[in-house]
Design a protein around this ligand. Structure first.
Ligand SMILES: *Cc1c(COP(=O)(O)O)cnc(C)c1O
Length: 390
């Protein structure tokens, strides 16, 4: 390709943006001598709860742990079914199995989001909870989903790993369902290296999550070892070890302060891509509803492969050859051996996600991209379409 020669360096699919604030905050924490869950984690929880307008926030070591604790707190166990979209990451389904329950996979629309109508049709007397995923940072149709869940007695645990800062109407994602779970993995919209957050407006659920995040011990380590606290504690349930360290929280506090600024830049990149692909019908851009704020964790293009002479995989190879990092979100869960073999899913059982899988490419949307990078990526995609138009 002609554009190849223009570029000397490669553009990574993702790169976190960490500044002196994060570095200084970690150094200060190391010097303080308090490394694990303590004052920094508490502060991060308070700031995060405020940011997403939730009453309670519990900092944990990953979003996978957050989801695990959330489903445990609402009582998911053996014999239960949990509804979740097939187009998601491993975590959303595996935690259901860890608790002895059965994941029931739901297909998605061309907006990549779980089809709420199909979700409703798959409710059975065993269905205990639903785990919607705000794919790419675009909130699901929460009004309809919460209404159905309310009518049918289901608990709603939101997988908001992509959804900081996202809004549904004028409400931030974080206080809509029973419990919401966020990720601070290295490639998420803000990071603590590894980390996660549970948010809820239900004090009892918050207590249960906090208890189970620390061995089911009735007092957390901070109180246990601080001067005011008692040495006495009791184990009340077989809990987990899912707490967040103060080292991670020190990074999180600084990243959270930058979250809206980060979002503004990602939204700007998204609108540049939208404009660049508008004249190219072969490249369908991610839809965004007017009543939501998309967090823009991902920018996923959908190729109209019937209009092209190359496949999605070949398209990816060409982008990578041009120095552009890409990803695919996701191979749908029902197409993985685990779900095929254990639950008997065939690819055609959830045909829309299977079809989408052959068309989608996630292109870079992150804070290290320059305007030139964005222009180069868009020009390369459009150039490939011109070259391989049927
Ligand atoms: C990243 C991710 C998770 C897991 O987050 P961790 O913090 O890495 O455990 C869960 N669900 C989705 C949709 C994700 O993208």
């Amino acid at each position: 390709m002609a554009v190849e020669a223009l570029r000397q360096h490669t553009i990574p699919f993702f790169a976190p943006l960490l500044g002196d604030e994060e570095i200084d905050s970690v150094v200060e924490t190391l010097r303080s001598g308090w490394l694990t869950t303590g004052p920094k984690a508490k502060r991060f929880e308070q700031l995060f709860a405020e940011a997403v307008a939730a009453e309670h926030a519990i900092a944990v070591n990953s979003c996978t742990s957050a989801l695990h604790l959330a489903l445990e707190a609402v009582g998911v166990g053996p014999g239960d079914e949990v509804l979740l979209p097939t187009l998601t990451f491993a975590s959303t389904g595996e935690i259901v199995m860890h608790l002895g329950a059965t994941p029931v996979l739901v297909d998605c629309g061309s907006d990549f989001l779980m089809d709420v109508g199909e979700m409703e049709a798959k409710i059975t007397p065993r269905t205990k909870a639903v785990v919607p995923v705000h794919y790419g940072g675009h909130p699901c149709d929460m009004e309809r989903l919460l209404r159905i869940a309310g009518e049918r007695g289901l608990r709603v645990i939101e997988d908001a790993a992509h959804a900081l800062p996202a809004r549904y109407g004028d409400r931030p994602i974080g206080g809509l369902g029973d419990i919401t779970c966020f990720s601070f993995y290295a490639n998420k919209t803000i990071t603590t290296g590894e980390g996660g957050m549970v948010t809820t407006n239900d004090a009892e659920l918050a207590d249960r999550v906090r208890l189970m995040s620390m061995h089911g011990i009735s007092k957390d380590a901070w109180k246990r070892f601080s001067a005011e606290g008692a040495w006495y504690y009791e184990i009340t349930a077989p809990g987990y070890k899912f707490n967040m360290t103060d080292i991670a929280a020190a990074i999180g506090i600084q990243q959270l302060a930058k979250s809206d600024r980060f979002w503004e830049r990602r939204a700007e990149i998204a609108s540049r891509y939208d404009a660049a692909f508008a004249p190219t019908p072969e490249v369908v851009t991610p839809p965004t509803e007017l009543h939501v704020q998309n967090a823009w964790h991902l920018y996923v293009i959908r190729l109209q492969t019937e209009l092209l002479t190359i496949s999605r995989n070949e398209f990816i190879t060409q982008l990578n050859d041009a120095g552009i990092g890409t990803s695919v979100h996701y191979l749908p869960l029902h197409m993985h051996p685990l779900y095929r073999d254990r639950f008997g899913y065939a690819n055609s059982d959830l045909p829309r996600a299977a079809d989408l899988f052959d068309r989608i490419i996630s292109i870079p949307i992150h804070l290290k991209l320059t305007d030139d990078d964005v222009e180069f990526i868009a020009a390369t995609v459009n150039g490939l379409v011109d070259e391989y138009r049927r």
